[in-house]
Design a protein around this ligand. Structure first.
Ligand code: NAD
Length: 381
């Protein structure tokens, strides 16, 4: 079923920043080995580990993680933040930093980000700032964080004017992924993660697309422990490879391997989120619709074969049920797209598909209003 995807469980990420590399490790049951792994990357003199997490994740897995860290010889501290995007703020980061200062954490200590992308982004940001950079390890626990947010070194917080506007590129010393933690993830979070997984395959790797779809078709992707671990590792390798060419997101490349291709489905996805005041969709769900619309545009421009569009549609359906969207007001979506356009210096760059596995970046003017309307109508029904 997983033909073509290597049985790779360790993904090495090269980073120009520390002129070195770090490893992403994926293994069912890895939580029990976090202490040992963290010890291996921070060395024998590190005394204290602070886990940044939230109540939910800590309540589910905190005992297991701290036991493992204690076995690794660490004194364990925890700092819990509120749940959800609205807590990914400078104020939360400041409170975490005050905690670290008051507890007198030292240069040799280590910060562990333990949760979804919200926790990971915030914990990484705090790690980048405290004492101008403390060792940081990611232990992501959502599908989206395991295949996407924990790879690439982007950390940060939201501002009133927009998401992720303030942050730092800061690479972790290690990323440790235990796919078993996904068993407690709500279905909508899984759906959002699977949409992003489908996106990876669609823009850059046909075999990854096929492998993701095959696992979803099994009907119980989380039950296929080994295949799931393989697949997560393959997604990490895919993302690491893309970001390696453009680590600081300078977007100097415009070819099919530009980091920009990861924005497939995001132009319309963001507009759908904005048009519903960020209340209706999980980000990945909106990206699901965004991919459908971008696929429609690709087909209507004659870039993408209809058969491949059908495959994309079928894969997104397998990801799970998306919240209803057919009632959305087209004008509001357009308005949100125009706002998006402003923030990108006046020109939308569309990420479209030539085929599954290969994206193409197209200038905004090639997509006119009537094309957009038709594509949205087809995608949101
Ligand atoms: P999230 O962090 O909000 O987690 C989703 C929900 O799942 C939360 O309620 C969380 O408490 C809960 N949860 C986490 N793990 C769980 C588990 N194992 N069992 C049960 N519940 C669990 O959402 P997310 O989708 O993981 O991350 C979204 C964030 O990631 C956004 O802030 C986005 O900006 C960021 N992001 C960052 C990057 C990057 O490159 N740094 C990339 C993509 C997204």
């Amino acid at each position: 079923m997983m033909q073509g995807v290597e049985r790779r469980r360790r993904v090495t990420v090269r980073t120009p920043e520390r002129a070195g590399e770090y490893e992403i490790e994926v293994e069912a049951g890895a939580l029990a080995r976090v202490g040992e792994r963290v010890r291996a990357v921070v060395g024998p003199y590190s005394r204290r580990a602070v886990v940044i997490s939230n109540e939910r994740v800590w309540g589910l897995y905190g005992a297991r993680l701290s036991e493992s860290l204690r076995l690794g010889g660490f004194e364990v501290y925890r700092w819990l933040m509120g749940e959800g995007e609205r807590h990914k703020t400078l104020r939360t980061a400041e409170r975490a930093l005050e905690f670290l200062c008051e507890a007198r954490f030292e240069r040799s200590d280590v910060i562990i980000g333990f949760g979804g992308g919200v926790v990971g982004d915030l914990a990484g940001f705090v790690a980048a700032l405290y004492l101008r950079g403390l060792a940081f390890v990611q232990v992501p626990t959502t599908l989206l964080a395991q295949i996407d947010a924990s790879v690439g070194g982007k950390t940060g917080v939201n501002m009133r004017a927009g998401k992720n506007l303030v942050g730092a590129f800061y690479q972790p010393r290690a990323v440790i992924i235990d796919p078993e933690t996904l068993r407690t993830l709500p279905q909508r979070e899984l759906t959002a993660g699977w949409c992003e997984a489908i996106k990876h395959g669609a823009v850059g790797d046909r075999r990854l697309f096929d492998a993701t779809r095959a696992l979803l078709m099994s009907g119980e992707p989380l039950g296929e422990t080994e295949l799931l671990a393989d697949l997560i590792a393959a997604h990490c390798a895919f993302k690491a490879n893309i970001v390696a060419g453009d680590e600081r997101e300078e977007m100097t490349r415009t070819d099919h391997l530009s980091r920009r291709i990861l924005n497939f489905g995001h132009t319309i996805g963001h507009a759908l989120e904005a048009a519903t005041d960020y209340r209706r969709f999980r980000h990945g769900e909106a990206v699901g619709y965004g991919m459908l619309a971008a696929g429609e545009i690709s087909a209507r421009l004659g870039l993408l074969d209809r058969g491949e569009l059908d495959e994309l549609r079928a894969a997104i359906k397998l990801a799970g049920r998306l919240p209803r969207a057919k009632d959305l007001d087209f004008e509001r979506i357009l308005q949100a797209l125009r706002l998006d356009k402003k923030s990108f210096g006046g020109s939308i760059k569309w990420v479209l598909l030539e085929r599954i596995g290969r994206a193409r970046i197209v200038d905004g003017q090639e997509v006119d209003r009537s094309l957009l309307e038709a594509a949205l109508q087809a995608a949101l029904k």
